[in-house]
Design a binder for this molecule. Sequence first.
Ligand code: ATP
Length: 514
Amino acid sequence: MAQEDMFKKLVSHCKEYGFVFPSSEIYDGLGAVYDYGQYGVELKNNIRKYWWDSMTLLHENVVGIDSAIFMHPTIWKASGHVDAFNDPLIDNRDSKKRYRADVLIEEHLAKIEDKINKETEKAAKRFGESFDEAQFRSTNARVLEYQAKWDEIHSRFAKALNDSNLEELRQIILDCEIVCPISGSRNWTEVRQFNLMFSTDMGSTADGALKIYLRPETAQGIFVNFLNVQKTGRMKIPFGIAQTGKAFRNEIVARQFIFRMREFEQMEMQFFIRPGEELDWFKRWKETRLRWHKAMGLGDHKYRYHDHEKLAHYANAATDIEFEMPFGFKEVEGIHSRTDFDLSQHEKYSGKKIQYFDPELNKSYTPYVIETSIGLDRCFLSLLAGSYVEEALDNGETRVVLKLPAALAPVKLAVLPLVRKDGLPEKAEEIINMLRFDFRCQYDEKDSIGKRYRRQDAIGTPYCITIDHDTPNDNCVTIRFRDTMEQERVAIDKLHEIITEKVSMKTLLKKIID
Ligand code: ATP
């Protein structure tokens, strides 16, 4: 299936099965804002819990907080967001559509990379076993030509970003002959900077009202609480503070469903360390975070690191963990070595000393920080994209199944009486009453058993339990496994154990540390 079709299917599946709805739909929606439905919210809660537990249970020295969305406006001055949280935007005069100039160039670079990969794949097929990929890439004339082009654009692009040279960004777009995907024209405006923060007024009187911002990241709530947590928790460096919560960005281009939203949720952890130890900790967190992603079992090859071309002036290392979305490899999480920038800035702007006395070194210093920052909604999208499968069945039908990790699936088991009589519904109720305290169960008695299985497959329920006429006599049920569709007859009192083994969060958490 073409990736584009696959993405469309995924979006409509999300709506049809109660995962994600466009916000304010009966009023024709609101750009790049979405609501989570009855299954979406369960999946989202499970991902959040998986992240939270991985941070606060697996690391004794990581604790959580929940800071307010509204914060003192000077925080955003100190953090640099008021002056520099900008994206370079460009308009196409014919289509009147707005784009991020950097994204247009990145997409152009990705197309060149694609061409190189296609050439390589073709050659690999032609030469079979004797194919030497490294040699081919370093000698094939066409590949070398593409690579030279890529290198040239890439180095101009990196320099333009580093120098914030907007004219040069526009020039690259013109030189690469990048066209607007809607109008097909190259009639571009100048490139301008656009601040992504939403603002509002707090307070009732006109002159007493304070202009405040909706937080564009949760991280600053952690930095301004550094001393509170360190002192009250008697935390010793190294230690981390984790937080999940809503963030808001007035994104210029917001087209890819929940990949880029104007209201979204972040899960961030700031890890405070001794200056000089940052590159070592950066490496460790990079590895830990990748293990967290891979433990979900969507396929290791679907993840890759992408080191940043442009480092923020305060960062000395930064990488993204990218996932292969239906529209290419895209950032899901950022890991940044932020030096002492944030704490120093807050010290400067607040006038309060923000330092740590290290008893082992017998001196005070401003801690350095490694940040791990993941978008909950993007992680949600990666899970859906990585688990959505259309499978041809032996009887000629197709089943759509979400092969979600059992621990994260919204519903853990469906309990299905074969018929709506003969005491079978009552038996089903008994089983649900036994299991409901530990697992989200769903009762379904409508339609044929096949149809009921399909409905559960479509929402990713790992287990279906069927109650038949023998059940009241032998106290056994048939358990059907989502991925293999295999069925097994098991005793009712074994159910808890069988289900726990797979759906407990422990199974995922253990994979991270093993
Ligand atoms: P991008 O380059 O895609 O705009 P970013 O580098 O600005 O992302 P960060 O500021 O590093 O993103 O934010 C950390 C994480 O927050 C990202 O990895 C992503 O998962 C998530 N995130 C950022 N912006 C959005 C958004 N508009 N919608 C959904 N998630 C987002």
